[in-house]
Design a protein around this ligand. Sequence first.
Ligand SMILES: Nc1ncnc2c1ncn2[C@@H]1O[C@H](COP(=O)(O)OP(=O)(O)OP(=O)(O)O)[C@@H](O)[C@H]1O
Length: 339
Amino acid sequence: MPKGKFVEELLKAYRDNDYELFKEIAEKIIEDEKDKNHHRLANSLQEIIDSFSDNQEYQQNNSSSINDSYFNKMPRDDQDGADLVSIIKPKYYLEDVVLSNENKRVINRIMAEYYGANQLRGYNLNAKRRILFCGPPGCGKTMTAQSLANEINLPLLYIHMDSLISSYLGDTASNLRKIFQYAEQGRWVIFFDEFDTIGKSRDDENEHGELKRAVNTFLQMLDNFKTETLLIAATNHQHLLDNAIWRRFDEIVYFDKPDIEQIQKLLKKKLRTFKSEIDFKKASEELVGMSHAQIERICKDAIKYSILYDIEIVNGEVLKECIEEENRRKKIYTGVDKE
Ligand SMILES: Nc1ncnc2c1ncn2[C@@H]1O[C@H](COP(=O)(O)OP(=O)(O)OP(=O)(O)O)[C@@H](O)[C@H]1O
């Protein structure tokens, strides 16, 4: 078919909201390009169509039915009835997160593999789906998991660790099974925060049998987990994790405290809602060693201070006052790496 005709057919399908026809014509175009030996273009078009149909499926599976069937079937702890999961529509996007260049590359690669999963499968390869986020508190593990979910248009399935770890013998493993069974019915980014709680080394003599069983169950579930979902586990205590757990993750991302350049970006982002007159470079030097969350708190305090004391502008002095306040607070936690 001549190109102009293809475009006409595509536009008609779009006008009539006929997704099936749209896909059919797109596939004809792909075949046509393959015939002309334009394989790179054909692959790239195929990738777009695949991600398109993934989204279509997500919308059909999730958006309309999430209220009734997904919420009704939510797994709960047998003993106290506590919810084991929550479905969250994330509020952040990746542009909100200040990341190192290295981490930006890794996250983009994870997204590229997610979208290219069908293409990879054609070569018998699996996209990265099991991701471990580690590093100190308040440096963006949760925020990045949320942003990633948003970017790939999936809801976040947040696992409640406190409900998952049951005080009743054998129930932790059974709770884990319930969570995985539930997760398999949809497409999400599953997020296990404080993952060390269940991923602790089985060699740890202080751990009782219940948690050792939970590690075994988690490993089994992870091995058998075949959906297109992304699973992200996050921990501040990566050194506690069982060796067998490390090996199960397709990607490991370390979230460190920000360097000077990242601190400057963070200050500009977090102060952008208010007028400021700051020497950002000088201010950043004062903040080295602090987490993103601590710097965010200083910025919020500085804005509040300026409002309450009618200063109307965040200046160097206000910021200095708030840095001192954060340092005072930090001293209370001496020896403990709290954000
Ligand atoms: N890299 C970042 N860029 C921008 N803001 C950040 C970043 N990291 C943290 N923040 C801010 O700090 C808050 C807390 O961060 P977040 O919950 O992502 O940290 P975390 O690494 O998951 O910490 P924890 O290990 O304690 O759960 C975020 O909601 C955000 O406002």
